[in-house]
Write a protein that binds this ligand. Structure first.
Ligand SMILES: Cc1cc2nc3c(=O)[nH]c(=O)nc-3n(C[C@H](O)[C@H](O)[C@H](O)COP(=O)(O)O)c2cc1C
Length: 319
């Protein structure tokens, strides 16, 4: 009975600490960094304009209030943090103007927006948003992509050696093609290559016993709480973080590297210790670690990890 009571207390205390972290750092919190909050808010709001532009028949003069709100936020925003909000807004506003010019529409609001676009350009901002053409990738044959997805396996034996920083950067760049809610991109990647630091982190993680000693490159994927706001979004940072992590795993696979996702199913106290060892800010929640490196052999031995029958997990609700 005592044991069960303790377990319940543990749950309550962990949920309370989760709540504290979310309330303290989320995008509505007065304690969160103001410019960071603006960064995410502008990205999210600008994305809704992009979405409007990508519709089959966008409504003329849609989202005027939204655009005014974005301009107001841009005027408050300090671009030294990141130029992306300005670039994204410029691209979206330019797309908005192009749409209305194609429609042959004229309106005071469009003159005002045009003047703002010119102002952004004069400040040296480059457009990086709006709409684009996209197509499903079929490679040289549809099977390439399918075979690629089905050939990834967790690798737990690595050649010694640090991966080159250009390669690491390109892996993260590839992972950035992962989708994120409203394109807010809250995921962060920390890379560790110092053996002593990696050893401490993996000891705290606890799931790499037997191969921790062979890990010379370790990613820690995190998600920034400030990108999220409101009770409904309290768990979304894990969804975006997990999708990003999958992108990173596939990027490693695409580059001939071995990688193993490592769970961070940990208590708040352990998370705090990992953050402290890794120099990770309190406003970031840990999503997962990923051990990465060149596999020990080109055809490395991996756990089979058989999958369930698809019919066991698929429920077709068709008509
Ligand atoms: C979120 C997550 C956490 C994981 N944590 C660990 C871990 O701590 N240690 C480990 O050896 N493997 C870990 N794995 C790897 C799984 O065991 C592996 O993905 C699963 O068995 C499927 O095998 P595959 O990755 O080779 O397809 C983790 C995987 C995921 C998705």
């Amino acid at each position: 009975m005592m044991d069960k009571t303790w377990k319940l207390m543990f749950f309550l205390s962990e949920f309370f600490r989760d709540m504290y972290t979310f309330v303290r750092h989320n995008g509505y919190s007065p304690f969160a960094n103001r410019n960071k909050k603006l960064f995410y808010k502008i990205l999210i709001e600008t994305h809704t304009v992009e979405k409007g532009l990508s519709l089959k028949e966008p409504k003329p003069l849609f989202g005027k209030d939204k655009i005014n709100g974005i301009i107001h936020m841009l005027n408050e925003y300090d671009r030294t943090y990141s130029a992306l909000p300005l670039e994204m807004a410029l691209g979206a506003f330019q797309g908005y103007l192009d749409l209305h010019s194609t429609l042959g529409l004229s309106d005071d609001f469009l003159f005002y927006l045009d003047a703002y676009v010119e102002h952004l350009k004069r400040d040296g901002t480059l457009g990086n948003g709006g709409t684009k053409r996209a197509a499903p990738w079929l490679g040289n044959g549809e099977l390439d992509a399918k075979a690629f997805l089905q050939s990834r396996s967790s690798c737990r034996m690595f050649q010694p050696g640090k991966l080159d920083s250009c390669l690491l950067t390109s892996l993260v760049e590839l992972a950035q093609s992962a989708p994120s809610q409203c394109n807010r991109q809250s995921s962060r990647v920390h890379v560790y290559q110092d053996r002593a630091v990696i050893a401490q982190m993996l000891e705290l993680q606890g799931g790499s016993r037997g191969f921790a000693h062979s890990v010379d490159n370790l990613f820690v994927v995190t998600s920034e709480v400030t990108a999220w706001g409101g009770a409904g979004q309290r768990n979304q940072l894990y969804v975006d973080g997990a999708l990003f992590s999958m992108g990173l795993l596939l990027a490693c696979h695409a580059n001939g590297l071995g990688a193993c996702p490592l769970n961070l199913a940990i208590l708040n106290a352990v998370e705090k210790k990992i953050r402290s060892v890794g120099g990770i800010e309190a406003s970031e929640r840990l999503i997962m670690m990923i051990a990465v490196g060149k596999p020990l052999e080109s055809h490395f031995r991996a756990a089979r990890s058989p999958r369930r029958q698809t019919a066991e997990i698929l429920q077709l609700h068709g008509g």
